[in-house]
Write a protein that binds this ligand. Structure first.
Ligand SMILES: [Zn+2]
Length: 517
């Protein structure tokens, strides 16, 4: 009795059509073998495309044949397109197996491959399904485009929407209440031109819009949210946007503003810190001692071509100082800020406990996420098994697969964001620790942007440069609490020291921003 291996294959996109189902193929092959008196050694089933032979089950099959060549007589499948959709590759494998003494054949399209004519027939059998496939996809594509032009939404609903049908049974979208309103808020926030798309993303991440950077941009660019449908160019038709029959999440005007902002046409200028800022970090914090105007600063080129930097008043006032002198005196002032010993200790304790707890929570969450991902992947596998055993139907399978995949993706996004949070915390720690070593050292080692934050945090009022010292109205109340009073300021004159008792007429001082530098 000759021995055969039977091979059944179906790819995901073929699952819809009945004739291709795996149990059907298996059934036909079993009946054939029974009728012909062939013993079935093994059955390999594949859920992979036949573009080439690099498929999991086929690889196993080939390995089995190589080892057991003496006991295998046939490799059988129902039709040639189950075996391959690629002519050249098919010939190669047929030759290879023939050399091992194994005859390859399709029972519904049998060929005598020892006859030269069979090559022509084989080509026909392999090409027909290809042509058939192309025709189908064109027909589908044309149908889809017609539906889209009528305002239908085809495809998977974007975030904030769910797939739905209207009264006429046309496929469209319905707003998913909570996510939809978050997306509306995100559009409105971004349209104000203050936050970047990334800042908007961060803002709504923990409020339920868990998307990555690119997805956030895709959302902000997607005309579906203002009720439109984008039909991409195809063949000779240009790309076109039509009115959809689905409800918009955001009005057209806001959507257009957002598009202008994204394309950079009206993006608010983010101040770039240049050399002039680095050399004039106190610009904006100084008052003229003569006329009380705010000092500005600039550079002028000397005879030797070297640039000299100055803080100066209005041209009419003529008051101007060399930047280096002003800057170094300011650094001296900062060196007089000595942080109390017990404050240092306390601050370090706070940093330790805060971030230790934070780290523990984070590690726990990372573990949870990894567990959940494993569980979901296992569930996917078991659903796949059930599907191939015909225990569940394709639409259930697809919807479970989609939901599970989405959950896994969301978890992966969260995992990435936890990792980036870790980097932020490390930055805080670095700054916090250098803060303990002294404000002057922190200031000196910072760039202009941080320098300005430090100055603004310590001095709520502007400073007046008096050649050998600074005068100011006030210093930050919190700073005055944590600095040691044992060493009096020699380079700083505080004009109206804030009374600790009694109500202050001034607005509360700026919050110390060292934490958020
Ligand atoms: Zn002046």
């Amino acid at each position: 009795m000759p021995n055969a291996i039977i091979y059944t294959r179906v790819s995901t996109d073929e699952q819809a059509s009945k004739g291709y189902s795996l149990p059907h193929q298996k059934n036909v092959l079993e009946m054939y073998c029974q009728h012909k008196g062939i013993n079935i050694l093994r059955h390999y089933r594949e859920d992979f495309s036949a573009k080439n032979f690099n498929r999991p089950a086929f690889n196993e099959l080939a390995a089995y044949i190589k080892v057991n060549r003496k006991s295998v007589d046939y490799l059988l499948f129902t039709r040639w397109d189950r075996f391959s959709r690629n002519q050249e590759e098919a010939y190669r494998i047929i030759r290879e197996f023939r050399n091992l003494g194994v005859e390859v054949n399709a029972i519904e399209q049998p060929l005598d491959l020892s006859q030269p004519d069979s090559k022509v027939m084989l080509a026909v059998y392999l090409v027909i399904p290809e042509v058939e496939n192309d025709k189908n996809s064109i027909r589908t594509k044309e149908g889809l485009r017609r539906a889209m032009k009528e305002g239908c939404f085809v495809g998977l609903a974007p975030r904030g929407y769910v797939n739905a049908r209207n009264e006429e049974g046309k496929s469209t979208l319905a707003i998913k209440e909570n996510v939809g309103s978050i997306i509306r808020k995100a559009f409105i926030d971004y349209s104000k031109g203050v936050l970047s798309s990334e800042e908007v993303r961060m803002k709504y991440f923990n409020r339920g819009l868990r998307v990555c950077k690119q997805t956030m941009l895709n959302i902000l660019r997607n005309p579906v949210y203002c009720g439109k449908i984008l039909i991409k160019e195809w063949k000779k038709e240009d790309e076109v946007i039509v009115e959809g029959i689905h409800p918009p999440i955001i009005d057209e005007e806001t959507f257009d503003t957002v598009q202008r902002l994204i394309s950079g046409k009206t993006i608010p200028k983010i101040h770039k810190y240049s050399e002039i800022d680095e050399r004039l970090p106190l610009r904006g914090f100084l008052l003229c001692r003569k006329c009380g105007r705010s000092l500005t600063g600039s550079a002028s080129r000397g005879g030797s071509g070297i640039r000299h930097f100055y803080y100066h008043c209005h041209p009419k006032c003529k008051e101007r100082y060399k930047a280096d002198e002003v800057n170094s005196l300011f650094e001296e002032v900062l060196s007089e800020f000595v942080i109390k010993g017990d404050v240092k200790k306390m601050y370090r304790n706070i940093l330790d406990t805060t971030f230790h707890g934070e780290r523990k929570n984070r590690e726990l969450r990372v573990k949870q996420i990894k567990n959940e991902i494993n569980k979901l992947s296992a569930r996917m596998e078991s659903v796949e098994d059930k599907f191939f055993d015909d225990l569940i139907d394709p639409s259930t399978y697809n919807s479970v697969k989609r939901k599970t995949q989405k959950k896994i993706n969301d978890l992966k996004v969260e995992l990435t964001s936890i990792k980036s949070l870790k980097k932020d915390i490390e930055d805080y720690l670095k700054i916090g620790i250098s803060f303990l070593h002294g404000i002057d050292k922190l200031y000196k080692s910072s760039d202009a942007r941080y320098k300005k934050k430090i100055v603004g945090s310590i001095f709520p009022e502007k400073l007046v440069f008096l050649k050998n010292r600074y005068r100011t109205e006030n210093i930050n109340e919190f700073i005055s609490l944590i600095i040691s009073k044992h060493k009096p300021f020699r380079r700083l004159e505080i004009k109206n020291p804030r009374q600790n008792d009694g109500e202050s007429k001034k607005a509360p001082p700026q919050r110390l921003e060292l934490w958020t530098l």
